[in-house]
Design a protein around this ligand. Structure first.
Ligand SMILES: Nc1ncnc2c1ncn2[C@@H]1O[C@H](COP(=O)(O)OP(=O)(O)OP(=O)(O)O)[C@@H](O)[C@H]1O
Ligand SMILES: [Mg+2]
Length: 322
């Protein structure tokens, strides 16, 4: 929704917001009042009032669900889409539905447990939901491979070059660029393009792990991650996008805890854990991988097996890939 059409704030403020790259009511509702007060050089109370008006405008347009306690909730604004993972077993973790829009789904696990393969597969399966659906893929580890997308698409009966056109990969150089892409380029793109259904971040922790290393930097790192995760939550809700993030693990170095089955913990602490809607732990090796639902608002904590083949993620039957 274009900011020009927003009549509840003065044209002069709209002009300033546009100069700062905020062109839509969606972006205005997503950005924090603290940032809005800095951009517009106004008191925080006034910025809070503007952000509130933007949120109400989105509710009234039906883009997000209504917060009104008086009116009955309009069910259509709660509607979500579901993206299949490529494995029926893995889909079972999500009640058979797959990954939902309007939510953040986190996959964590050690190296070679299938995190990147799941992300690549979703770029294709989202197009099986509707062939115009697009993915924005933020590759912070340098492991995105266009040829892998093409291979998965071909194995799934899609035109590989068309499938690739629907996937836009961005490889930010550092955490600062990562944040600016999220806050500016991505919001702009989401406002211009209705068909973006999937946002992949592989991985969320990599830009921060090296740049903000050591205990002394922990609070700065957590505070930046908190801002990023909050923005991702808002993007998922306002733009009806499935946000999929991958995460690395802390592995205990002492022999005793190494023996414990659950010694791996996702990185980024409570900030990433609390803001992820679903958390799935991955274990095993490429011929036999296991996924365990660790956090979900609606599904039980079950474990399922899957494998990787030319079509990306798939099911294993009697020791063979389907
Ligand atoms: N075309 C393919 N066919 C079959 N298996 C593949 C194919 N491409 C990759 N794999 C396997 O998928 C496995 C999982 O790799 P993936 O890159 O998803 O791990 P990851 O969890 O992202 O690891 P990291 O934390 O190091 O990024 C690898 O062991 C690899 O052998
Ligand atoms: Mg990876």
């Amino acid at each position: 929704m274009r900011l020009d059409s927003f009549q509840k704030i003065e044209p002069e403020l709209i002009r300033k917001l546009k100069l700062a790259g905020i062109n839509s009511i969606e972006s205005l509702a997503i950005i924090s009042p603290v940032d809005i007060s800095k951009i517009l050089e106004i008191e925080i109370d006034e910025a809070v009032s503007i952000c509130n008006k933007a949120a109400i405008e989105l509710e009234e347009s039906g883009k997000i669900s209504r917060s009104s306690l008086i009116e009955r909730n309009d069910r259509s604004s709660h509607n979500r889409s579901y993206i299949k993972t490529g494995s029926q077993e893995l889909d079972q973790l999500f009640g058979g539905n797959g990954i939902e829009t309007k939510a953040i789904t986190q996959f964590y696990g050690r190296s070679a447990t299938g995190k990147t393969q799941i992300c690549h597969t979703l770029c294709v399966t989202v197009q099986q939901l509707q062939n115009s659906y697009k993915t924005i893929y933020l590759d912070t580890e340098g492991t995105f491979r266009a040829e892998r997308i093409a291979e998965i698409a071909k194995a799934r009966g899609l035109d590989p070059s068309k499938a690739l056109q629907n996937v836009r990969c961005i490889q930010p150089l550092n955490s600062a660029r990562f944040e600016s892409i999220l806050q500016q380029d991505l919001l702009l793109q989401l406002n211009q393009e209705n068909d973006i259904k999937l946002l992949v971040i592989d991985s969320i922790i990599n830009p921060y792990r090296a740049e903000y290393s050591g205990r002394g930097m922990l609070s700065q790192r957590q505070s930046r991650l908190s801002k990023v995760m909050h923005l991702l939550q808002q993007i998922a809700r306002v733009h009806d996008v499935a946000v999929v993030i991958t995460n690395q693990v802390h592995t205990s170095v002492d022999g005793y805890s190494y023996c414990l089955a659950d010694s791996d913990r996702p990185m980024g602490g409570n900030v990433i854990t609390h803001t992820s809607t679903f958390i799935i732990r991955l274990k095993g090796n490429s011929s036999y991988l296991m996924a365990e639902m660790k956090k979900s608002p609606c599904y039980p904590e079950t474990v399922k097996c899957f494998g990787i083949n030319e079509g990306g993620v798939g099911d294993i039957s009697h020791g063979h890939m389907d």
